[in-house]
Design a protein around this ligand. Structure first.
Ligand code: HAM
Length: 429
């Protein structure tokens, strides 16, 4: 047997309804915030990520699935969605269209990380990007969108943490302060941190090594180095979140693992989301599009990990709609009745009813056993008598009661029964 690659997971038919629920909630929330879906390729030229996500990040340095294609070009499976959306926006001339540009995506992404709970090598994201608006309202709208999405999923114990990592100019002062602080401790820090010290000391704040953590815990905080404009922006974001009744904590330790961020950064954290705890992360990244194109386009966005959302939903016992099982199993007792179930099934399906028939020539007992296993809501039995009468014996599997229903009335009968149930059990978004 060939095994599934390490760090990857199958989504089985019995659990896919949970994914549909998250995707549907994502789409509905996006629609309310007036974001449209964008789809970009899984594979991009490697340069997009090394330049976009940043060559001082772990993602680019250690975790990318990079290979040469048959034309000898270096390509990479996307480790996230932001860089691809930025490329699509610039490459398709969308900067000339209506602004702000607002797009969301549901994607798979790949990072060659050490797998653990909530950390996979292939994972899935729901993300959103908003371009062209530099004011604090855009940050607040983006955070509100993320917050509404999590609330619409019924999650209650996910905490929002925000921070500002300033702009290029205030960050330069901060980096100098960090280098001054870390220099005397550098010999005791990990090899990665020594490289980070040279290239981008802010990355040191993200280090997970215990030996480094004891130094990073007391490092200078970015918030004390913000320039006036960045400080004003951050203050506005906070007051807009207050006005919307969105609860947050300012957490100076949030620096994010990707290089493109500026000013506002945020994470939604839950203790149920695995070792990292971050369910959703994002922020402003005003420099990325300028770096990739010619002119500056302010940008802000977020992405949530679907696998981590599932973990948190399970831990919080969030309400989810029931998995949809087949409505009616048509059981035929002999060849004649079986032929009739085949035709009846076509009629029912044309009327929008899901149904199944026996495909394995099984006994009635075996057919009932199967119908029960697949959770069929009704079983319609057709035997010799039923064929003579032109009516099926329809068993309601929930209450174990049967009724005779004429063949030509079967669709209306089932439709009436299930429509009453669907409206009673729908999870309202
Ligand atoms: P990120 O923080 O790298 O940000 O990823 C966003 C979310 O994806 C994380 O909070 C987590 O839920 C999920 N995630 C990341 N890596 C893994 C993994 N190995 N296994 C399972 N889940 C994972 C970004 O990707 C940015 N592009 C977000 C963004 C959009 N910023 C602005 N716009």
């Amino acid at each position: 047997m060939i095994n599934i690659p390490k760090g990857m997971k199958d989504v089985l038919p019995s659990e896919v309804y949970l994914w549909h629920h998250i995707e549907e909630t994502a789409r509905k929330t996006a629609e309310r915030f007036s974001f449209k879906e964008i789809r970009t390729p899984v594979v991009e030229y490697t340069e997009l990520f090394s330049r976009g996500v940043g060559d001082t990040t772990d993602i680019v340095n250690k975790e990318m699935y990079t290979f040469l294609d048959k034309g000898n070009r270096s390509v990479t499976l996307r480790p996230e969605g932001t860089a691809g959306v930025a490329r699509a926006f610039l490459g398709n001339g969308l900067a000339g269209g209506a602004m702000p540009f607002k797009a969301y995506y549901l994607i798979s992404a790949f990072r060659y990380e050490r797998p653990q709970a909530g950390r996979l090598r292939e994972f899935h994201q729901f993300g959103a990007e908003l371009y062209g608006a530099e004011g604090a309202y855009a940050d607040a709208e983006t955070i509100s969108f993320a917050d509404a999405f999590l609330k619409n999923l019924g999650l209650k114990n996910v905490a929002l943490r925000i921070n500002s990592i300033g702009c290029k100019s205030c960050r330069a002062r901060y980096q100098t302060a960090l280098r001054e602080y870390f220099a005397p401790h550098l010999s005791e820090m990990c090899l990665d941190c020594k490289t980070r010290f040279e290239k981008n000391p802010m990355r040191m704040l993200d280090c997970k090594e215990e030996t480094c953590k004891k130094f990073t815990a007391h490092a200078p905080e970015m918030l004390n180095y913000l320039c006036d404009a960045c400080e004003k922006h951050f203050k506005e974001v906070k007051s807009l979140l207050d006005a919307a009744g969105i609860v947050y904590h300012v957490d100076p330790s949030i620096v994010r693992g990707l290089d493109y961020y500026s000013r506002t950064v945020f994470e939604f954290i839950s203790s149920a989301a695995g070792a990292q705890g971050t369910v959703l992360g994002g922020g402003r990244y005003d420099g990325l599009l300028e770096q990739m194109g010619e002119k500056a386009v302010p940008a802000v966005g977020f992405a949530a990990g679907m696998e981590r959302l599932l973990m948190v939903m399970a831990a919080e016992e969030a309400p989810v709609p029931q998995d949809k099982n087949v409505c009616c199993y048509l059981a035929g007792l002999d060849a004649n009745a079986r032929a009739k179930t085949y035709c009846l099934a076509q009629t029912l399906r044309n009327e929008g009813i899901s149904c199944e028939i026996d495909l394995q020539d099984r006994s009635l007992k075996a057919q009932f056993k199967y119908a029960d296993k697949i959770g069929a809501r009704f079983v319609a039995v057709l035997g010799e008598n039923e064929m003579l009468e032109g009516a099926a014996e329809v068993k309601d599997m929930k209450i174990s009661r049967s009724e005779r229903v004429k063949f030509e009335e079967l669709a209306a009968y089932l439709n009436k029964k299930i429509s009453a149930e669907v409206s009673a059990s729908e999870v309202i978004l």
